[in-house]
Design a protein around this ligand. Structure first.
Ligand SMILES: Cc1ncc(C[n+]2csc(CCOP(=O)(O)OP(=O)(O)O)c2C)c(N)n1
Length: 681
């Protein structure tokens, strides 16, 4: 397939510049709507929209490619308001540009229950919002992922289908956050030239002047990371336009530091933290209306100014129609493949076929291997069948086993590569994956150690909130990793991850469950997944071929009680399932019938109808759960009177078999605690 054209357009705005008077009217419409909506809601952040209105007006009137009639048009430019607290900026823009859902009534109901004008922009809740922002730094890091996805898809499908720019509006807070370091380093290294960051350089944050806490020269910082940069007056439309036009010709990502005044137009509060995050108040608003020359009542935008904004959108319509013609002219196979990928629909037969192939080979030749290796084997087949899977690792490729056979590294020189070396940047990786998933057309998966899920957590939480399919392979999932010791041994992480709504946490117990969990993660289109995998080898417990995905129920009886009704039920996940099966043997030797239930995914189990759950839990006199982690969460399976064998402290540095003995996670101990309880009951 063809590559992106190398020749870039001449440095000029995409659309004609406005007169200064026209520009001011359009920018002041944003300012007025922002201060009125915040005033009405009695809460919100007027300062950023008022300060950044000039930047946004130039960007949308002269550069952005979009069509309000189709907010999800695949080849639209992406605009990310990383400083999500300034949400009224994007709501005012969407309204003025004619996004149907963003009515004036919605602006009047800013921050109210059921409105689409939530306190911070929420993707999936408001058409036209590309990503959920508010936790500072995340939007910027998402944008890096969007630019990666664009670059990759452009290389795969050609520039006539995929050729758009990702713009970010970032604040001081975005750039102070540590994640920004990871994000800009990655973007600079990958030379993501279609990523343009407009920095709202107003020198103010909540506590007051930035000088209280920060003395970084951001321009120099970005330069050091390989970015093109510019410093401009963020209230000068010509300077803004010239800087963006230059950025569009760069072979590197660009930072444009736009000096602005927070709350521009507010007579006494502009330029101070007083207008950052609270309503301006009646008198200040009156003064701002006078200073801006905006005599109109609250929420009223004169028809001629509305018409100017709508004209901007009309231009986007023809660009989209031209694109639609280009896609319609493609050979049908290429067109349907592009459309399938953008819809996020995995070809069902391909996925089912790959899972079948892996299961058949495991039935023919059972394997005693670590689940991380089982995952690699699964990926070799899955990624060959599913070209939208883009792998990666935060510098642990050899440990996470995420690089499948034949995958080449994604780079500036090789954008069709499907494996991303994220560097030692777990947080930036997880946020970039969110951006890739939001962009569409790719399914990102990546790797790190489970203990470092803490470093990814804010982004995993947002993936869950936004309902994005990103898949985190997290290996070295317990004390089973051994000698690296307690710094690397997760104990509370499974529980902490299970606490995040809409996240599936998988912990497969063998090779067969590993491919089943991969299948479930890929099918979980509306949320993220974590696969917690072992470093140590585990026996294959399920022998023989079965296309049925037993893990889909979240829990199932892997070994029944033999010779009678179970008196003891042992529930376990991952590497503790074979130990539980061993314990069952000890109990049987002492005349006690026990069954073992594997629990590869607690969330899927808890989502079952009550009767199905009760069937799986069964009616044994004693329930025991076994997991080399803390108990939290297991009561939902075994009841508060159930027994738990696991961890209640941090681990230690030693060979893993010694650690299991030391912490009492052994078949003998499981049998002992069950017998003791039976004797008492
Ligand atoms: C991760 C994170 N920490 C803290 C906050 C709370 N918060 C919201 S805005 C802000 C800083 C405001 O300064 P700046 O980013 O410069 O925005 P401006 O004042 O220019 O609007 C803070 C600390 C947040 N939203 N996200």
């Amino acid at each position: 397939m063809s590559a992106t054209p190398a020749v870039k357009p001449a440095p000029s705005a995409t659309h004609h510049a406005l007169s200064r008077a026209e520009h001011d009217l359009m920018a002041n419409a944003i300012r007025a709507l922002a201060m009125d909506a915040v005033e009405q809601a009695k809460s919100g952040h007027p300062g950023l929209p008022m300060g950044a209105a000039d930047i946004a007006t130039v960007l949308f009137t002269q550069f952005m490619k979009f069509d309000p009639a189709d907010p999800a048009w695949p080849d639209r430019d992406r605009f990310v308001l990383s400083a999500g607290h300034g949400s009224m900026l994007i709501y005012a823009l969407l309204h003025l540009l004619g996004y149907e859902a963003m009515t004036i009534d919605q602006l009047k109901r800013f921050r109210q229950l059921g409105s689409i004008t939530a306190g911070h922009p929420e993707h999936g809740h408001t058409p036209g919002v590309e990503t959920t922002t508010g936790p500072l730094g995340q939007g910027l890091a998402n944008a890096v992922g969007m630019a990666i996805a664009e670059r990759h898809l452009s290389a795969v499908f050609g520039g006539e289908l995929v050729d758009h720019t990702t713009y970010v509006l970032a604040s001081d807070g975005d750039l102070m956050e540590g994640i920004s370091h990871e994000a800009i380093a990655l973007a600079g290294h990958l030379k993501l030239s279609k990523l343009i960051v407009l920095f709202d350089d107003n020198g103010i944050s909540i506590d007051g002047p930035l000088s209280l806490a920060d003395s970084v020269d951001q321009v120099k910082r970005f330069e050091a990371a390989g970015w093109a940069t510019a410093r401009i007056d963020g209230h000068d439309p010509a300077a803004i336009a010239a800087a963006i036009a230059t950025a569009k010709t760069s072979d590197r990502p660009t930072l444009i530091a736009c000096k602005t005044k927070i709350g521009f137009g507010a007579p006494t509060k502009a330029g101070t933290e007083k207008c950052h995050g609270s309503p301006l108040g009646g008198d200040e608003i009156k003064g701002a209306r006078a200073a801006l020359g905006w005599p109109h009542p609250p929420f009223e935008v004169p028809a001629d100014i509305r018409a100017m904004w709508r004209d901007v959108s009309a231009r986007g319509k023809s660009e989209r129609q031209d694109w639609a013609k280009r896609i319609a002219a493609l050979p049908s196979e290429k067109r349907s493949e592009f459309e399938r990928r953008m819809r996020g629909d995995i070809a069902r037969d391909k996925l089912a076929g790959a899972v079948h192939t892996v299961k058949q080979s495991l039935a023919a030749e059972p394997k005693e291997i670590a689940t991380r290796v089982a995952s690699e084997n699964s990926l070799n087949t899955l990624t060959a069948a599913i070209p939208e899977m883009i792998g990666g690792s935060a510098d642990l490729t050899g440990s996470n086993n995420t690089r499948a056979k034949g995958m080449t590294a994604f780079s500036a020189a090789n954008p069709s590569g499907r494996f991303i070396h994220y560097g030692v940047r777990e947080h930036g990786m997880a946020a970039a994956m969110n951006g890739m998933a939001l962009h569409g057309g790719v399914i990102p998966y990546s790797g790190t150690f489970l203990v470092f899920s803490d470093y990814c957590r804010p982004s995993i939480r947002l993936a869950a909130l936004m309902g994005q399919r990103v898949i985190h392979v997290m290996t070295h999932d317990s004390i089973g990793l051994g000698e690296d010791g307690p710094t690397h041994q997760p104990v509370e992480h499974l529980a902490a991850l299970r606490a995040i709504p809409n996240l599936l946490v998988f912990r497969p117990c063998d090779t067969v469950e590993t491919i089943e969990c991969w299948e479930l993660a890929l099918k979980h289109k509306t949320g993220p997944s974590v696969l917690a995998l072992t470093r140590q080898n585990l026996p294959q417990l399920r022998i023989g071929h079965d296309d049925h995905n037993a893990s889909a129920a979240g829990a199932y009886e892997v070994v029944p009680a033999d010779g009678g009704l179970a008196v003891v039920s042992i529930f376990a996940s991952g590497s503790e399932v074979p130990i539980a099966i061993e314990a069952r043997k000890f109990l049987r030797e002492r005349g006690v019938h026990a069954r073992v239930v594997s629990v590869p995914c607690m969330e899927l189990f808890l989502a079952l109808p009550e009767d199905d759950r009760a069937d799986i839990v069964g009616g044994a006199r004693v329930n025991v759960a076994v997991e080399a982690a803390v108990r939290q969460g297991w009561d939902a399976v075994i009841g508060s009177d159930g027994l738990f064998v696991g961890m209640s402290s941090f681990g230690a540095s030693a060979p893993y078999k010694d650690l299991y003995k030391h912490f009492g996670i052994t078949a003998e101990r499981i049998a002992d605690v069950a017998l003791t309880k039976l004797q008492k009951s």
